[in-house]
Design a protein around this ligand. Structure first.
Ligand code: HXC
Length: 262
């Protein structure tokens, strides 16, 4: 997608300071192909660079967040194709370099690469019809966009092994109980809930929001001692912001804080 060309497989809109990307390949249950993932990365990076945006949401359709990587497209790939072409690494993980928060609002199927995409977001809000799984084993492959790494960190080894080895799906209740999703809401409330969370985040000081995201990711991706040190330094650094003075002064003087994101 060039900047001048409208994306084909996603819809992009804003709601106040929230950037919303809706995956849009309905006939294929939002199966993820290279073009869609490139378009998604471009849209999220544009929101990340936009001072008018404080948080993002990635969502799909009622029936499917995304039913996985596009199996038809992958069916004829050879080792040489995917290795030389750097499949996945080349353009699927752009979301990981986005520094503002990204919420996954998931209804319906989030399978394979769809589950992995949801896990690449910062947290997942699920509709009660959501179903998560890593069914790649049924196709003679394994998860390839971080599923064998992020799923065990999210739900523990036993359940991650169960899902990756049997290919079964988890419903929303099990996913919340296992810690994969932060909240489950009725399907017709999904976007309200996600937008409510995003708009709440947008009200806070952006530097502190970004620092919190970076620190939690340290916990998820690194060791405890380094993570605590990183958090301590970020905590110290936030005392250099105007927003820290504003937030604490507002509390002390019993008024609502007005953050300038500086
Ligand atoms: C391509 C897909 C697709 C996919 C569904 N479709 N999933 N096309 N890639 N991952 C297409 C179907 O072929 C069908 O097209 C249409 O979407 C509707 O799907 P149905 O199967 O008819 O719907 P339903 O009976 O409701 O079943 C839904 C489903 C099933 C349970 C989600 O579609 C399914 O099992 N899909 C595959 C799930 C999967 O294996 N995902 C992992 C992919 S591998 P037509 O033209 O027939 O209407 C992967 C690798 C990740 O993700 C590693 C790198 C990222």
């Amino acid at each position: 997608m060039s900047e001048a060309t409208a994306p084909e497989f996603i819809n992009v809109r804003t709601e106040g300071r929230v950037g919303v990307v809706t995956l849009n390949r309905p006939k294929q249950l939002n199966a993820l192909n290279d073009q869609l993932m490139t378009e998604l990365g471009v849209a999220l990076k544009a929101f990340d660079a936009d001072d008018n945006i404080g948080c993002m949401i990635v969502t799909g359709s009622e029936k499917a967040f995304a039913a996985g990587a596009d199996i038809g497209a992958m069916a004829t790939y050879t080792f040489a194709d995917v290795y030389k072409g750097d499949y996945i690494t080349r353009n699927w993980e752009t979301i990981r370099s986005v520094r503002k928060p990204v919420i996954a609002a998931v209804s319906g199927f989030a399978l394979g690469g769809g589950c992995e995409l949801a896990m690449m977001c910062d947290f997942i809000i699920a509709a009660d019809n959501a179903r998560f799984g890593q069914p790649e084993i049924k196709l003679g492959i394994i998860p390839g966009a971080g599923g064998t790494q992020r799923l065990p960190r999210a739900v523990g080894k036993s359940k991650a092994m169960d899902l990756a080895l049997t290919g079964r799906m988890m419903d929303a209740t099990e996913s919340e109980r296992a810690g994969l999703v932060s909240r489950v809401v009725p399907l017709d409330k999904l976007m309200d809930e996600a937008l409510g969370a995003a708009l709440q985040i947008c009200e806070f000081s952006l530097p502190s929001v970004m620092a919190a995201k970076e620190c939690v990711n340290r916990a998820f991706e690194g060791g405890l001692a380094d993570g605590v040190m990183f958090e301590r330094r970020m905590f110290h650094a936030l005392f250099a912001t105007d927003d820290q003075k504003e937030g604490m002064d507002a509390f002390v003087n019993k008024r609502k804080a007005v953050f300038k994101h500086s």
